[in-house]
Design a protein around this ligand. Structure first.
Ligand code: DQA
Length: 145
C-alpha cells in the first residue's frame, strides 16, 4: 500500500465553521496534516472532498481501478445513497479495504442518521471519535491491506 484515498462527502468542506459543537473547530486541511503525520513516510494521503454524488462515485471507481484502499466519510449520503453503496460494494468486492468513518456518532443523533446504507458493504465502520475516527481507520487499513 503506497496511497490511501480519504474521501469526504457533502458539507464536510465546511468543517471548522459547520456545527462546531458536533464536528469540532478544525477543518479538512488540519485533518490532512494529522493523517500525513500518522501515515509517515511511504504512504501518501490523498484527501478529497466533494458535494457531488457522481464525483464521489467516480473516485470509488478510481479506487477499484488502482487497487487503492479507501477511508470514506459519506456524510449525508450515508443515509440514503444506494448509488454510493453500489460503488462502495465494487471496492470491497474487489478485495480492497473501505472503512466508513464518521466524526460524530450518528447513532446518538437524529433518527434518520441511525441508518447507513453504506455499512453493509464496508469493510468496517468507525464513528464518534472526531478526527481520530480517520486515524483509527488508517491503522485498520494498515493491518488489513
Ligand atoms: C457525518 C454524520 C452524517 O450524519 C452527517 O450528515 C455528516 C457528517 C459525520 O462525520 O459525523 O455530514 O458523516
Amino acid at each position: 500500500m503506497t496511497r490511501v484515498l480519504v474521501l469526504n462527502g457533502p458539507n464536510l468542506g465546511r468543517l471548522g465553521s459547520r456545527e462546531p459543537d458536533v464536528y469540532g473547530s478544525q477543518d479538512l486541511s488540519a485533518l490532512r496534516v494529522q493523517l500525513v503525520d500518522e501515515a509517515g513516510d511511504g504512504v501518501e494521503i490523498d484527501l478529497r472532498q466533494t458535494d457531488d454524488e457522481a464525483e464521489l462515485i467516480h473516485w470509488l471507481y478510481e479506487a477499484v481501478d488502482t487497487s487503492t484502499p479507501v477511508i470514506l466519510n459519506p456524510a449525508a449520503f450515508t443515509h440514503y445513497s444506494y448509488a454510493l453503496r453500489d460503488a462502495a460494494a465494487l471496492v470491497t468486492k474487489a478485495g480492497i479495504p473501505l472503512v466508513e468513518v464518521h466524526i460524530s456518532n450518528p447513532h446518538s443523533r437524529e433518527r434518520f442518521r441511525h441508518t447507513s446504507v453504506i455499512s453493509g458493504v464496508a469493510t468496517g465502520v468507525i464513528a464518534g471519535f472526531g478526527f481520530d475516527s480517520y486515524l483509527l481507520a488508517l491503522g485498520a487499513i494498515r493491518r488489513t491491506a
